[in-house]
Design a protein around this ligand. Structure first.
Ligand code: SF4
Length: 716
């Protein structure tokens, strides 16, 4: 049999007539693994496979998502032509008709209701060039203040915490290369084994080298398996747990007093606040035994070097920004930053989670991480864009708040690029109703996502295989994603679409770009002198140097591998510590008699975001074709739920039905549901609309729910 198979494969191989290689980068997570699409053509058909390519970040590795990333762009359901909704059905129209339709509706809505009646909703999966251009498009072509993006639901808490603590936000303060040589690692609320699998070898190597790994998560995951100590906290209690660890560090004096004196403000206030807290209260809030807090603090305090990493588990809460700040308080208290093998990493989720938050897609931001409310910053960008400063709109509102304005009728039309907000936002039932109220919804996407189905007009957008541009990966390394795969039908790149719409709106002079590189060269100027300074980076350098870590301020600047070696980015050069309360200002869901279980949400290895792309991949969707609820068997017994049974989960916001999956590794008071599915499996139907006041992050990680078997059992 084996012989026969070998013979068959050899025959197949002989039949390969041509082979083409397309260099590109994975479209999914923030590792941005370099890859190659191999296209083989023989007499019968074309076949494709994706293989890894060497680079400084993923070192040639790919995970299951990357290996199958070619399946969705080649899928038969790709949108290839502009589609206009007529009598409830999408019909194919020409680009000319699509652009005329847009011009007519933009003009009509803005003449009747003002410029701010239109909004723009962007994405952290698009290139830096497109994120930059989208910000410019909103402010210069549409003249609206309403623009925000899906990264608000993902990275805003870490970004806000790093900006407040360090004075700047680059996700990783060090390059990944330092991880294997650090001696203690705290992984807070991150499941890298499923979310960024190719980063795992850095941590595994650290463990081989003797590092002590502390994982903080309510569940046992592939990531907690590599940990020496797992703090299985109650969902939502991260800030309190950090206070417990800090209290031990202070009590047992693992402090780096010289560092605190010379390089940090605010330590005294933190020390006083933490001293006022009772360990017994922290134990009660977190559910983590005191001896485990001691063990974590001792290992992190005593080891010479250490790093802390946070991700959505800590961040997606109504005090996410403060909770991250408290982990940074731990790092600063022991002086483990700004030197070799010491530092912080916010493990970004989306492919361009870093770059897309730097160049003007956010409601309050201009390119280079400039502030839209800062007069000097406004003057600089107005000059780059060749407009009057007074014509630059002011600050808008965050993603979910924009949706509230749609619901209230203040925003009547929306341009949506590469995002699926009716599934990804909290309180998803409300969000869908808001989108149904829009008079005018234009969506640029590859597929008819759940949100695109609600559009008046869908524009066919290119994929990562076709669309060249830069992406800034988890480290803050700017990389050039090459892309030369031929486009089908009348698909256009997002940047081309924006330029063409700007042209019909009479703004061609500001959007006369003919390549992504031309846009990048304008972005370089716009970012110059800003916090995220890309001015020294060119496409030529990116090709030659395999990526550059920003800031990179001149053509001879090699980029910045390690941040904060001599000063932090606040004007006095010092980092800022602030006391963080055990309790959030915006209260989190509490379990009650009616809703007696915590619900927390997250990802699985085979899917990405709301699954619009990965659900189109046969190999990936076969691994997880439906959602599920992870539950401890003892809890399931109490609710008379069997393994693999359909279960109804209900919160005060809505209800969903998913299949149960037993796990001994989850807290008995908590259930877990991934967020990659829509409609009756969309876990965001259960999540509250409450936002972190500091960064407007929704509290995805903590809801209170009740559960029951979906089908009532009859009694015999
Ligand atoms: Fe790499 Fe992330 Fe893509 Fe996996 S999903 S191949 S880890 S970029």
């Amino acid at each position: 049999m084996t012989e026969m198979l070998l013979k068959y494969f050899r025959e197949q191989q002989k039949q390969v007539e041509t082979e083409r290689i397309y260099n590109t980068q994975c479209p999914y997570c923030s590792m941005q693994c370099k890859m190659q699409l191999v296209e083989q053509t023989n007499v019968k058909r074309k076949t494709y496979k994706t293989i890894g390519r060497d680079n400084p970040t993923s070192q040639g590795r790919l995970c299951i998502k990357g290996m199958n990333a070619h399946q969705h762009p080649l899928h038969k359901d790709r949108i290839q032509y502009p589609l206009l909704k007529v009598n409830g059905e999408f019909v194919k129209i020409s680009w000319r008709e699509a652009l005329d339709y847009i011009k007519e509706h933009v003009t009509e809505i803005q003449e009747k209701n003002g410029a701010d009646a239109l909004g723009v909703y962007g994405s952290a999966s698009i290139t830096n060039e497109e994120a930059y251009l989208l910000g410019k498009f909103a402010r210069v072509a549409l003249k609206t203040k309403y623009i925000d993006y899906n990264g608000r639901l993902c990275m805003s808490a870490a970004a806000s915490a790093a900006s407040k603590t360090f004075g700047m936000d680059r996700g990783f303060t060090n390059s990944l290369q330092e991880i294997p040589f650090t001696e203690c690692i705290m992984l807070a609320g991150t499941n890298i084994a499923e979310c960024q699998p190719t980063i795992m070898p850095y941590f595994e190597k650290a463990k081989e080298n003797g590092a002590f790994i502390i994982a903080i998560d309510p569940r046992e995951t592939g990531t907690t398996k590599i940990a020496d100590l797992h703090l299985k906290l109650k969902p939502g209690s991260d800030a309190a747990l950090a206070n417990g660890i800090l209290k031990v560090i202070i009590e047992e004096n693992y402090l780096d007093e010289r560092f605190l004196q010379e390089r940090v403000n605010g330590f005294e206030e933190v020390m006083q606040y933490v001293a006022s807290l009772e360990f017994s209260v922290i134990e009660e809030i977190t559910g983590v035994p005191l001896e485990k807090m001691y063990q974590a603090a001792r290992m992190f305090g005593q080891r010479e070097t250490g790093m802390i990493f946070t991700a959505r588990g800590v961040e997606q809460q109504t005090d996410g920004s403060a909770a991250v700040q408290n982990f940074l308080n731990i790092l600063l208290s022991v002086g483990k930053i700004g030197k070799p093998r010491c530092g912080y990493g916010a493990i970004t989720g989306q492919g361009n989670g870093q770059g897309a938050r730097e160049h003007g897609q956010k409601a309050d931001q201009l390119p280079g991480y400039r502030s839209i409310e800062n007069h000097e910053h406004r003057m600089y960008i107005a000059d780059v864009w060749n407009i009057e400063e007074k014509d630059l709109p002011r600050k808008g509102v965050s993603a979910y708040e924009m949706i509230e304005k749609i619901h209230d009728g203040e925003i009547k039309g929306l341009f949506l690029v590469c995002s699926n907000p009716t599934v990804s936002n909290p309180n998803a039932n409300f969000v869908k109703k808001a989108f149904e109220k829009l008079e005018f919804l234009v969506v640029a996407d590859m597929f008819e996502s759940e949100t695109a189905k609600l559009a008046n007009l869908i524009l066919p957008a290119s994929s990562y295989l076709e669309d060249e541009g830069t992406m800034t990966n988890v480290e803050g390394r700017v990389t050039l994603r090459e892309a030369s795969f031929p486009r089908r039908g009348e698909i256009k790149h997002d940047w081309e679409i924006l330029c063409e719409i700007a042209k019909v709106l009479g703004k061609e002079e500001y959007f006369s770009f003919s390549s992504a590189e031309e846009i990048f060269n304008e972005l370089r100027i716009a970012s110059k002198g800003g916090i995220a300074d890309y001015s020294g980076i060119t496409y030529e350098r990116l090709r030659a140097e395999k990526g550059i870590l920003w800031p990179c301020r001149s053509l001879t600047d090699k980029g910045t591998e390690r941040l904060f070696e001599t000063r932090f980015a606040h004007s006095d050069g010092k980092a800022m510590m602030v006391p963080v309360s055990n309790q959030a200002i915006v209260p989190k869901a509490k379990i009650t008699k009616k809703y007696p279980l915590y619900l927390t949400t997250g990802r699985v290895v085979s899917h990405y975001l709301t699954g619009v792309q990965t659900r189109k991949s046969a190999s990936l969707s076969a691994r997880n074709f439906e959602s599920f609820m992870e539950i401890h068997p003892s809890t399931a017994k109490k609710y008379e739920i069997s393994n693999q049974e359909l279960v109804q989960i209900e919160s005060s916001y809505g209800r969903i039905v998913v299949r149960s999956k037993f796990s001994e590794g989850i807290r008995p008071d908590t259930v877990f549901v991934p967020f990659h599915w829509a409609d009756s499996q969309n876990v965001n139907n259960l999540v509250s609309e409450k936002l972190d006041p500091a960064c407007k992050m929704p509290g995805f990680k903590v809801s209170a729910v009740n559960i029951s078997p979906s089908v009532k059992r009859s009694s015999y």
